[in-house]
Design a protein around this ligand. Structure first.
Ligand code: F6P
Length: 353
């Protein structure tokens, strides 16, 4: 009976720091512990469709004995976050067979995991998912690979902006990623000393934002402020001014314009849109640990003949959860009653409502 597996691995959806560390962990464990072959599939399902295969070996990327995968951002496999994969299901299944894969590990966010899982059921593949996303909105895992590094990147930006804001008595509006979920804005806003944090899950009032900034100034003599805005917030109900904004106007600019317009004293605002800087960079120590633990467990699940499971971080442990259950509850936003929201408010941060 054949015991040496041919294990495929791919990265799908938007990139984030820590993907290469996951690939490294999977290749190391699959090779050292199980003596399996690991085949990288470039560009996710597109590469699968095109029958592209990239054999991965331990140390195949070493530079003078130094393994760069541990701290390299992005993904050496490349990735895609668009396309109509489900329209070519049969062709992808045929390609999977042609590549003679015995199992597949897919590293992705909620959207990618759902699609890969459908393909796996259709093709009867053995499939394990590893959650990654700077948005941290995959349900049933407290953490996804990439989230911690992105929080650190934003927190660093907020630290830098605080000094220039204070020097010029300005209100700095910082737009961060998060179309459906405000975890990034909430975590980094608290860590980076924000005065206002606006997230998609909690409605905000422009009047309350301006009142809060005025109080900082009048009561506490704080002449500058830091306002963190998630890109997916919804327009304020009480701001008629915004009806005239062009749809292309980002939410950060929108909020800055409103603050300047509705404040009862002159306010000098500046806007920083952090954009894809949040997706780049060297993975943090925590993301590398998550990558190692998730990669190791995913390989063990394959060895135990498990399928359609996602590795997840719960209560300080790596566990396996049915993909279908996670997909049903994803994307998972911030709970408006959570401890973190209450903490932010207790520290005097305006978080909406
Ligand atoms: O899903 C992760 C994410 O980082 C979102 O927060 C952001 O809106 C989106 O990706 C941007 O993706 P793209 O690479 O298509 O610009």
């Amino acid at each position: 009976m054949k015991t040496q597996k041919r294990l495929g691995i791919l990265t799908s959806g938007g990139d984030c720091p820590g993907l290469n560390a996951v690939i490294r962990a999977v290749v190391s464990h699959a090779t050292l512990t199980y003596d399996w072959q690991v085949i990288g599939i470039p560009y996710a399902t597109q590469g699968l469709l095109e029958r592209q295969a990239m054999p991965l070996h331990m140390h195949s990327f070493d530079l003078r004995g130094i393994d760069p995968l541990l701290n390299m951002g992005g993904t050496i496999l490349g990735t895609i976050n668009k396309g109509n994969t489900l329209a070519c299901m049969d062709d992808i299944v045929a390609s999977y067979q042609a590549l003679e894969l015995d199992a597949l590990i897919g590293i992705g966010g909620d959207g990618s995991i759902a699609i890969l899982s459908q393909l796996a059921l259709h093709g009867n593949w053995q499939f394990i998912a590893i959650p990654k996303t700077i948005d941290n909105d995959v349900a049933l895992t407290e953490r996804s690979v990439g989230f911690d590094t992105a929080i650190n990147t934003i927190t660093d930006a907020l630290n830098r902006l605080t000094f220039t804001a204070a020097s010029h008595d300005r209100v700095m509006v910082v737009e961060v990623m998060g179309r459906a979920a405000g975890h990034l804005a909430l975590h980094s806003g608290i860590a980076g000393g924000a005065d206002v944090i606006l997230i998609p899950e909690i409605p905000y009032s422009m009047q309350a934002v301006c009142r809060h900034l005025a109080e900082l100034r009048d009561r506490w003599q704080r002449r500058f402020a830091i306002v963190v805005v998630a890109e997916g917030i919804h327009p304020a109900q009480d701001a008629t001014y915004l009806a005239n904004q062009k749809p292309s106007c980002g939410r950060g600019q929108y909020i800055a314009d409103c603050i300047a317009k509705f404040s009862t004293y002159p306010v000098d605002t500046r806007v920083s849109v952090l954009g894809h800087i949040q997706r780049g960079g060297i993975p943090s120590a925590l993301d590398r640990l998550m990558a190692a633990a998730f990669g190791k467990t995913a390989v063990d699940l394959i060895a135990k003949d498990q399928s359609n499971q996602m590795v997840a971080w719960q209560n300080g442990r790596v566990v396996a959860v049915p993909i279908e259950q996670s997909c049903r509850q994803s994307p998972l936003g911030v709970d408006p009653c959570s401890d973190l929201v209450q903490t932010a408010r207790a520290l005097g941060i305006y978080v909406g409502e």
